[in-house]
Write a protein that binds this ligand. Structure first.
Ligand code: ADP
Ligand code: ADP
Length: 226
C-alpha cells in the first residue's frame, strides 16, 4: 500500500547542448501510506526537480511515476491535473495564500473546486484551522496574520481535499528559527492526526531527524541517511 513510487527517474536540462546538466540519474523512491519522509540535499542537488516530478508538475526523461497506486507515466494533462487535485497537497516556502480572501475561504475554495458542498467545506476548514491553533483567525486575511500563521493556513489548504500525499519544499524555510520550530510542530501534529504521508524537503537536519525516514539526494540518486 504505497502513496508514491518513483522508479529509475532520469531528468536533465538542456539535453544535447554544451550546458547540459543531468539532475536525476536513476532515482528510486517508495513511500508507504502514513510515512513522513525528509528529503535532504544541498541547494542545486535537484530537490525541486524531484518534487515537481512527484507532484506531476513536470515529467522525467525516463522512469516511472506512480501516485497513490495510479501509474501516471505518460498520462495526459487532464489526468495529471485530476490526480494532483485528488491525491496531492502542496506546500511551498512562501504561503501563496490568496490575499483578498480570509483564512477560512483560502481553505474552502480548493474544496469547492473539487465539488465539495460549501457547508462541509467550511466545517472541514474550521476543523483544520483549530488543529493548528488558528480557530480565532478564520476570518482574518493573510495580511492580518504573522508569517508563521500564514504558513499554518497554507498547511491547512494543502490538506483541504484530504490528499494521500503532501509534498513540501522547504515549508519553514521562510521563517525565523524559533517560529520555524513551532510551525513545524503544528505541521507534524496535523500530519500525524490525519495519518497523512509526506515528502518534505528541508535543509534543517534537526527537523529532518524528527520524521520517519531521512533520504539524501546524492549524484542524482536517493540514498537512506543512516
Ligand atoms: P534544488 O531544489 O535542490 O535546489 P533544483 O531541482 O532546483 O535543485 O535544480 C537542480 C539543478 O538543475 C540546478 O543546477 C539548477 O540550476 C538546474 N535547473 C533547474 N531547473 C532548470 C531549468 N528549467 N533549466 C535549466 N537548469 C535547471
Ligand atoms: P487548478 O485549476 O485547480 O488550480 P492546477 O493544475 O493549476 O489546477 O493546480 C493543481 C495543483 O497543482 C494545485 O494545488 C496547484 O497549487 C499546483 N500547481 C499547479 N501548477 C503549479 C506550478 N507551476 N508550480 C507549483 N504548483 C503548481
Amino acid at each position: 500500500n504505497e502513496v508514491l513510487r518513483l522508479e529509475g527517474l532520469e531528468k536533465g536540462y538542456n539535453r544535447g547542448k554544451p550546458n547540459e546538466i543531468m539532475v536525476l540519474r536513476g532515482a528510486n523512491l517508495t513511500i508507504p501510506r502514513g510515512q513522513v519522509v525528509a528529503l535532504v540535499a544541498p541547494s542545486g542537488a535537484g530537490k525541486s526537480t524531484l518534487l515537481h516530478i512527484a507532484g506531476l508538475l513536470d515529467t522525467p526523461d525516463a522512469g516511472r511515476v506512480i501516485v497513490n497506486g495510479q501509474d501516471m507515466t505518460g498520462a495526459k494533462d487532464g489526468a495529471r491535473t485530476a490526480a494532483r487535485r485528488q491525491a496531492l497537497g502542496f506546500v511551498y516556502q512562501f504561503h501563496h495564500l490568496l490575499p483578498e480572501f480570509t483564512a477560512l475561504e483560502n481553505i474552502v475554495l480548493p474544496q469547492l473546486a473539487n465539488a465539495s458542498p460549501r457547508k462541509a467545506a467550511e466545517a472541514r476548514a474550521r476543523d483544520l484551522l483549530a488543529r493548528v491553533g488558528l480557530a480565532e483567525r478564520a476570518s482574518h486575511r493573510p495580511s492580518e496574520m504573522s508569517g508563521g500563521e500564514q504558513q499554518r493556513v497554507a498547511f491547512c489548504r494543502a490538506l483541504a481535499n484530504a490528499p494521500a500525499l503532501m509534498l513540501a519544499d522547504e515549508p519553514t524555510g521562510n521563517l525565523d528559527p524559533a517560529t520555524s520550530d513551532t510551525v513545524f510542530d503544528a505541521l507534524m501534529e496535523l500530519v500525524r492526526a490525519t495519518g497523512l504521508s509526506a515528502l518534505i524537503a528541508t535543509h534543517n537536519l534537526e527537523l529532518a531527524a524528527r520524521m520517519d525516514r531521512v533520504l539524501r539526494l546524492e549524484d542524482g540518486k536517493l540514498v537512506e541517511a543512516t
